[in-house]
Design a protein around this ligand. Structure first.
Ligand code: GDP
Ligand code: GDP
Length: 439
């Protein structure tokens, strides 16, 4: 599971700026998807050798007694509780405030690993100006400038170093060697996740097997179906209880994100009686951003009439247009209807996500695409696409090499994507195309 970092601090110290800085590289990838709703409080970050989930907790008022502030404090407390590391952000220019002391006291009581970041420290000398922050009793003060991108890398290193995280995340190649398809069932509370999983686990065709290292109350279930090995990842809001999965009360965005991130394929479950809600769209946005393969299933199809069915169909098109590449199924977990085809789609999505594409084939496809329609000239520049190689799996990444490729339009990239998808029969996985200009 990816580690989690929570950003805590009073309003205006620069938490959102830091959040944006940490999550920036990933944002760029999904920026141009129309209809994509993202929860700006949660994001994926990659800095140096660390990949993690970062939470911006908003303005934190640890002593808030009522109303929206109390709600915010509650959210913050949940975020902090779920985080592996807390970054407490203070304002190096504004100096210490009473509120900073309150927050520091709160964090000290929690005993969570905490790193103190003094933001807005660009152009400041270490020493005099930062000395007062030692008064908070949280150890070393790390000067950073979120706005100018200074000190961020070393802040992240300092934050994660004591956690002794594994050197490298398991790469897709190694994951494929194991032959086990990691599957997460994601969705809001009450869409029917536990009903579906228990229906699956009750199937005769499904055979449980032992995975070394998993214990009885492990949070994942290994099983085999139709010759394919699976590992069902314990998802947000679900816990294994003996032989069955049960929904637990609280929905956790962090756990949802972690489950999505550690899966190869995510089955996103929606509730036909509710249609596509904001929360569904947020989760869908996370899945897209993570690059995981995805299958959509609208559950409780038994409980709606034709009018509602049509409505839901249209909502999916309008609100989740960025998941057009995913197969869509209408199912009833309770009545065990329509479940077979879901397995087929999961298998296809996995195969697509793990597709191996050779340089000669990719290069031929690029040349054919250019012959069919060459990229537009931009001022003095006409992009020249020379060759392509595969840069990754799950999601597949195709790296196109050539000259002036920064002038290739999004429309042309979509045209290329369509041709790649068709050639390799890719369904259910995002496909990333990167342009690399030779110097
Ligand atoms: P939040 O309320 O803690 O999320 O703070 P914001 O990220 O919204 O930032 C508050 C203000 O501080 C904004 O005007 C930012 O432009 C500014 N700010 C953020 N980071 C820096 C920084 O590193 N240096 C300076 N000088 N200003 C910053
Ligand atoms: P979870 O919170 O996502 O795990 O949702 P549950 O599996 O606990 O289901 C929530 C509610 O929806 C329960 O009352 C289920 O009986 C009901 N439910 C689940 N699947 C279906 C279905 O296919 N049709 C209908 N009509 N109800 C369902």
């Amino acid at each position: 599971m990816k580690p989690v970092m929570a950003l805590v601090g009073r309003p205006n110290v620069g938490k959102s700026t830091l959040f944006n800085r940490l999550t920036k590289s990933r944002d760029a990838i999904v920026a141009d998807f129309a209809g994509l709703t993202r929860d700006r409080h949660y994001g994926n970050a990659k800095q140096g050798r660390y990949e993690f989930i970062v939470i911006d907790t908003g303005g934190f008022e640890p002593t808030a007694e009522q109303g929206i502030y109390k709600e915010m404090a509650k959210q913050t407390q949940q975020a902090v509780a779920e985080a592996d590391i807390v970054v407490f952000v203070v304002d190096a220019r504004g100096g210490l405030s009473a509120q900073d002391h309150d927050i520091a006291n709160y964090l000290r009581k929690l005993g969570k690993p905490t790193v103190l970041a003094a933001n807005k420290a660009e152009g400041m000398q270490e020493g005099a100006q930062l000395a007062e922050f030692y008064e908070l009793g949280l150890g070393e003060v790390h000067p950073v400038s979120a706005a100018h991108g200074q000190g961020i890398r070393s802040l992240v290193d300092v934050a994660f170093e004591p956690l002794n995280l594994p050197e490298e995340a398991e790469d897709a190649d190694a994951a494929q060697q194991s032959g086990i398809l990691k599957l997460a069932v994601a969705g809001r509370p009450n869409v029917g996740k536990s009903t579906l999983i228990n229906a699956w686990l009750g199937e005769e065709r499904l055979v449980a097997f032992d995975l070394p290292g998993t214990t009885r109350d492990a949070i994942s279930v290994p099983f085999e179906r139709g010759g394919q090995k699976f590992e069902l990842i314990d998802t947000a809001g679900l816990r294994r209880k003996g032989k069955v999965f049960e929904a637990i009360e609280k929905f956790s965005v962090v756990k949802t994100l972690q489950a999505i991130e550690s899966a190869n394929v995510v089955l996103l479950l929606l509730d036909a009686t509710q249609g596509v809600t904001d929360q569904d769209a947020h989760i869908a946005g996370f899945i897209l951003e993570s690059g995981r393969a995805v299958v959509l299933a609208i559950n409780k199809w038994d409980a709606v009439d034709d009018y509602q069915r049509e409505l839901v169909r249209r909502q999916v098109e309008q609100r989740l247009p960025f998941l057009k590449f995913a197969d869509l199924h209408f199912i009833s977990a309770a009545k065990r209807q329509g479940l077979g085809p879901v397995w087929t789609s999961i298998g296809q999505a996995y195969k697509s996500a793990m597709m191996k594409m050779t340089t000669p084939v990719l290069t031929r496809l690029v040349h054919e695409a250019v012959q069919f329609q060459s990229p537009k000239r931009s001022g003095m520049f006409r992009p020249k696409l020379r060759y392509a190689h595969q840069g990754g799996m799950n999601p597949p990444v195709i790296v196109v090499h050539g000259n002036s490729l920064e002038h290739v339009t999004d429309a042309y990239k979509r045209f290329l994507e369509g041709r790649f998808r068709k050639e390799f029969g890719l369904v259910g996985t995002p496909l990333r195309i990167e342009m690399r200009t030779s110097k």
